[in-house]
Design a binder for this molecule. Structure first.
Ligand SMILES: [Zn+2]
Ligand SMILES: [Zn+2]
Length: 336
């Protein structure tokens, strides 16, 4: 099969991500073989490709927002309720040990033995991939492959970031950065009755935000029109941490959604943290987050604004993501 491979981590323009021939993967005993139909392009794929995240597997195939069809399964995979031909979703969290203290208390996103799709194992920038059946998602019907793909990471992580932001019912929420994850998170927050303010650079992203129902859309360093109960930092920009903290009302919470963030400048206790403001990071997600979000997304009609690329142009999609050349989310469609 044809698959993209991170041959040499580095700037994507330098060609270290190549389209190569790989054998069709053989699913492990507890895994499904998945024929990829569509795969979302996540900023984490760019971090894997460019080496911001340390390589975990030489020549890895990125991609962890996979919508595909079950094409085979290992001997023990049947118990998870998937049959050949079923549509299936593959996401970032690939495997946990299921036995550690974190897994035992429902925090499998913190499992020290966790493994990730498209980092520890080959992902969806390919004709086929595999997934442990217990970590595969059943997908809502009546939503097409392209529209579903970004929900599988951007959507799930945005949902966890929203829950970590501890937004009270009817509360005031700011989103810093407005890409794939934020525009899905905004839709959940709005459906649940929040007032949403968006702070982001791009004029097109600000228009998208207002079109979805945000009440204001400004430059990231602007002061929001009202104090905030909660803020979520989606932009991987540490400079925005004190900016967002100062925009919080007393008792407010800032949730940092990214897996990678540039350095945070010194904080000033009085203006940035006192009055019981809180900062929380977001680390991956649990399968429960994924199931909750996919159900909410189906109920509220949460939809991704997508830009499709043929799978053979994954490198171009990543370059466009890095340069901020589109709004919403890019999705690779299998043309192989
Ligand atoms: Zn564990
Ligand atoms: Zn992702």
């Amino acid at each position: 099969m044809r698959a993209w491979s991170v041959v040499r981590p580095g700037p994507v323009e330098e060609g270290g991500l190549r389209l190569v021939e790989k054998p069709v993967p053989v699913p492990g005993d507890d895994e499904l073989l998945v024929q990829v139909r569509a795969c979302g392009v996540c900023r984490t794929d760019l971090h894997v490709t460019e080496g911001d995240l340390p390589p975990h597997r030489a020549g890895v195939t990125p991609g962890h927002e996979v919508v595909g069809v079950v094409a085979g399964s290992g001997t023990e995979a049947a118990a998870a309720g998937f049959a050949t031909g079923d549509r299936v979703g593959v996401a970032w969290l690939r495997r946990t040990d299921g036995t550690c203290a974190y897994c035992s208390r429902g925090a499998e996103n913190l499992c020290p033995s966790s493994r990730y799709t498209g980092w520890d194992a080959d992902g969806g920038y390919a004709e086929y991939t595999t997934v442990p059946a217990a970590f595969a998602y059943h997908l809502p019907e009546a939503v097409d492959d392209v529209a579903l793909a970004p929900l599988l990471c951007a959507g799930i992580i945005g949902y966890r970031a929203l829950r970590r932001a501890a937004l009270p019912p009817g509360g005031r929420l700011a989103l810093y950065g407005f890409g794939g994850s934020a525009h899905l998170c905004a839709q959940v927050a709005l459906a649940e009755g929040a007032t949403v303010h968006v702070l982001t650079r791009g004029a097109a992203a600000r228009r998208l935000a207002l079109g979805l129902g945000a009440v204001s859309a400004q430059d990231p360093y602007a002061v929001p029109p009202e104090p905030l109960d909660s803020a979520i930092l989606f932009a991987p920009v540490g400079d925005l941490v004190p900016v967002a903290l100062r925009a919080l009302d007393r008792g407010g919470t800032l949730s940092i959604a990214g897996i990678h963030l540039s350095d945070i400048p010194p904080l000033r206790y009085e203006s940035d943290l006192f009055y019981e403001k809180q900062i929380r990071s977001v680390t991956s997600n649990t399968r429960e987050d994924g199931r909750e979000f996919l159900a909410l997304a189906a109920r509220h009609g949460v939809h991704a604004t997508t830009h499709t690329y043929p799978l053979t142009r994954a490198d171009e999609a990543l370059q466009d993501l890095g340069a901020g050349r589109f709004d919403g989310a890019a999705v690779l469609v299998n043309d192989l």
